[in-house]
Ligand binder design. Structure first.
Ligand SMILES: [Zn+2]
Length: 68
């Protein structure tokens, strides 16, 4: 009797092999990154990038961990 074979799928985003078990929480994606891409969350991250451009325009980085 063979143990039940673990299915292997290909990540829909990058095509990498993903073992379908609990070690792959993002299956069928290989990683959270690929999952996010597929969910369209990249669009949300673009907003963040645009926002930080506004900040760098404005007098730079006052978020130093230096402050007490
Ligand atoms: Zn992937």
């Amino acid at each position: 009797m063979s143990q039940d074979e673990t299915p292997i799928v290909n990540c829909p985003d990058c095509g990498k092999s993903v073992i379908w078990n609990e070690n792959s929480p993002f299956r069928p994606f290989c990683s959270k990154r690929c999952q996010l891409i597929d969910l369209g969350e990249w669009a949300a991250e673009e907003k963040v990038i645009q926002g930080s451009q506004l900040y760098s325009n404005h007098d730079g980085w006052s978020e130093e961990p230096d402050r007490n």
